[in-house]
Design a protein around this ligand. Structure first.
Ligand code: PGA
Length: 255
């Protein structure tokens, strides 16, 4: 049984003060009984504060939004896996569509980061997904296949088992337009099949695949109910502590 994983991708939102206020409400709302894994992914500037707060509880783990593949050096503005580990970061989101489209990240770049993260014992959350144009021209599977092969190239089955994938159709991110549960399930099943083709079925059954793209308290349960959807990567709706707690509870209720 794959444990559901629900992550709050705060993107470039939340000051330290705002992050503290969020946790004040969220951790109380969430309570103790929770079978889903929760990951809070703040901007770099709030990592330290959120880390200290989460050190006192099992309710949620810490994630980062990006990292560089080198260990250190002359890379102005970048952050290494080691720096994240020092703050007790456990997960790192890699290859988000905003990184790919706004900051030029290719599958090759994502692959370097994935390998560096695994080497440092960080668990990558690797984002893949098609644009609207790619969907409309019937290229969803080709795009996903290329992103999987490129972003995860060279990983052993053991390494792959530590990776979380996030299927995020670009047209559903921040648009209020969610993939239907059937559309999402179809893509997730395809992704899992690709993992079994490139690696093997025992690891493909273990890898967790999150859905991302306008997940809200109102649609979370139905999406999370799908056989191959193992969690959610939540952007906009993760900024509101009560709503985000509701999404986590929707996952919890399914177990
Ligand atoms: P959204 O973002 O929930 O605001 O659509 C999801 C994401 O980009 O991870």
């Amino acid at each position: 049984m794959r444990k559901k994983i629900i992550a709050a991708n705060w993107k470039m939102n939340m000051t330290v003060a705002e992050a503290g206020a969020f946790l004040d409400v969220f951790l109380v709302e969430l309570g103790d009984a929770n079978s889903a894994e929760v990951v809070i992914v703040p901007p770099f500037t709030a990592l330290s504060h959120v880390s200290e707060r989460l050190a006192k509880t099992e309710q949620a783990k810490l994630g980062a939004q990006n990292m560089h593949w080198e260990k250190n050096g002359a890379f102005t503005g970048e952050i290494s896996a080691q720096m994240l580990r020092e703050l007790y970061v456990r997960y790192v989101v890699l290859g988000h569509s905003e990184r790919r489209s706004l900051f030029g990240e290719t599958d090759e770049v994502v692959n370097r980061k994935v390998r560096a993260a695994l080497e440092a014992s960080l668990r990558p959350i690797v984002c893949i997904g098609e644009t609207l144009e790619e969907r409309d021209s019937g290229r969803v599977e080709a795009v996903l296949e290329k992103q999987i092969a490129g972003s995860l190239a060279g990983l052993s089955a053991a390494e792959l088992s530590h990776v979380v994938l996030a299927y995020e159709p670009v047209w559903a991110i921040g648009t209020g337009r969610t993939a239907s549960p059937a559309q999402a399930q179809e893509a997730h099943a395809f992704i899992r099949k690709q993992l079994s083709v490139h690696w093997d079925s025992s690891v493909s059954e273990k890898v967790r695949i999150q859905y991302g793209g306008s997940v809200k308290p109102q649609n979370a349960a139905e999406l999370l109910h799908q056989h191959d959807i193992d969690g959610a990567l939540v952007g906009g709706a993760s900024l509101e502590p009560r709503g985000f707690a509701e999404i986590v509870k929707a996952a919890h209720r399914l177990d």
